[in-house]
Design a binder for this molecule. Structure first.
Ligand code: SF4
Length: 161
């Protein structure tokens, strides 16, 4: 049984910075029923409250946060890099614990975004980049999809079974 790491907010858990959630998504419910889903909200696991101040990465590159080249900053100017890195490493620990090679993470998030993130200006501008957790998981060979790519995630899973 191949497990899949999934962003908690995609499972209807109200863990987003604004106290909201996303979903439901039929395929995620199917994977829950199959016992495949390992849920995680990296920001909450990393120690941040809900609701919390919106945060962005200046330049939008989670890999630069991993390398200590930039920080995750809230709209109030607080550096929350430590919490974001803590959550990312908890995600990696779960991946290793469960032998996970597929993740479905929330698009555009500074933690979970797999293709785009906001650019750090808090003006709604997205850039090509990754959140901190998505970047760490990709570095370790995990295939990271978003809720916009559930069909692709399903195809990747099918190749494993
Ligand atoms: Fe948590 Fe990721 Fe969802 Fe943000 S996008 S609420 S960090 S699971």
């Amino acid at each position: 049984m191949h497990k899949i790491l999934v962003s908690r907010c995609l499972l209807g858990h109200r863990v987003r910075y604004d106290g909201g959630a996303s979903g439901p998504f039929d395929v995620l419910q199917q994977w829950i029923d199959e016992g495949r889903v390992v849920p995680l909200c990296p920001e909450v696991a990393g120690g941040l409250p809900t609701p919390r101040a919106a945060a962005e990465i200046p330049g939008g590159q989670g890999s630069e946060v991993l390398d200590g080249l930039t920080s995750v900053i809230t709209v109030e100017g607080q550096d929350v890099s430590a919490e974001f890195l803590n959550g990312a490493h908890q995600a990696l620990a779960l991946v290793r614990q469960h032998g996970i090679c597929i993740a479905v993470l929330k698009a555009n998030s500074p933690s979970c975004g797999n293709r785009q993130t906001y650019d750090g200006t808090f003006s709604g501008v997205k850039v090509s980049g990754e959140g901190v957790t998505a970047a760490l998981l990709k570095r370790h060979g995990v295939l990271v999809f978003s809720e916009l790519e559930l069909a692709e995630a399903g195809q990747a899973l099918a190749t494993l079974n």
